[in-house]
Design a protein around this ligand. Structure first.
Ligand code: PGA
Length: 269
């Protein structure tokens, strides 16, 4: 396998470990390799690996890489347990826009994961049962032994999962209102902003921070401004991703375009 050239440094302004690779495909290979390593290590040590998984455009190529590695016999998901970050609410599980469908279409149907080991917040939970369902999700993560490796994207407003600006550092799995910008970003997939659900179930920031390892991925120039804030600003509820700076083993993976706002690159250095 050819080595992926990467720029890995911790310049003064960066408050979290940040790895920059030239393009999106390099990023997908690098992150897939890290996930494969996490699966091998945790299954060897504890007989299972618990992955926290994300949806959106960003992880798609990483999932494609994982599928090809699984098909090639380089990794097995037979002992992998998964917990997804979030789901729209309300959302029927078989709706093409559901994150449940996304995960089956893009990963689960193509690897040897046990369907019973897959967990995604249920978008069809009646409102009166949501509090109990969210508590049960937290309980299931703990029962599984906690998340070994958490994959994250970042919204243009800095959200991780659907922890929108204002989310508290001690937040847990809960129902949240989606902000206008988040709904606008999803509008084209749903065929109009008015079709995008107004609420979602998401793991909280505290839930995410309990993972043993965290990888936040961002690609594309449209993420450059928020990536700079996530990496270089002090932790603030205004940008949920800044809370990752408090984690001992969190890494930000960027392609060149998403990294272009960082001080180290903006200065030309
Ligand atoms: P994206 O979404 O990967 O589609 O950009 C990221 C997010 O909103 O968390």
């Amino acid at each position: 396998m050819t080595a992926i050239p990467s720029i890995e440094r911790s310049p003064d302004r960066e408050r979290i470990r940040t790895i920059v690779v030239p393009d999106h495909d390099d990023l997908a290979r690098l992150v897939a390799e890290r996930i494969v390593a996490a699966v091998r290590r945790a299954t060897a040590e504890r007989g299972r690996c618990v992955l926290g998984l994300a949806t959106g455009h960003t992880p798609l190529r990483t999932y494609r890489e994982l599928v090809s590695r699984c098909r090639a016999g380089a990794v097995s998901f037979a002992q992998v347990v998964t917990f997804n970050l979030d789901e729209y609410w309300p959302m029927a599980p078989d709706n093409p826009h559901s994150y449940l469908r996304y995960m089956w279409d893009n990963l689960f149907a193509h690897v040897d994961v046990e369907p019973g080991n897959v967990h995604i917040p249920a978008g069809d939970t009646p409102r009166e049962h949501l509090a109990a369902a969210c508590a049960a999700y937290e309980h299931a993560i703990r029962e599984a032994g906690g998340i070994d490796f958490q994959l994250l994207g970042i919204g243009k407003d800095g959200h991780i999962g659907f922890n929108e600006p204002g989310s508290a550092g001690d937040s847990r799995t809960r129902l949240v209102a989606l902000q206008a910008g988040t709904r606008r970003s999803a509008a084209s997939e749903f065929g109009g902003e008015d079709q995008v659900p107004r609420e979602a179930i998401t793991m909280g920031i505290a839930t995410i921070l309990e993972a043993r390892e965290i990888a936040l991925l961002a690609t594309g120039g449209h993420k450059a401004v928020i990536v700079r804030r996530a990496v270089e600003s002090e932790p603030t509820p205004g940008v949920a991703a800044t809370f990752l700076q408090r984690h001992a083993n969190a890494t930000v993976y960027l392609d060149g375009a998403a990294a272009s706002g960082l001080t180290r690159l903006a200065r030309g250095g």
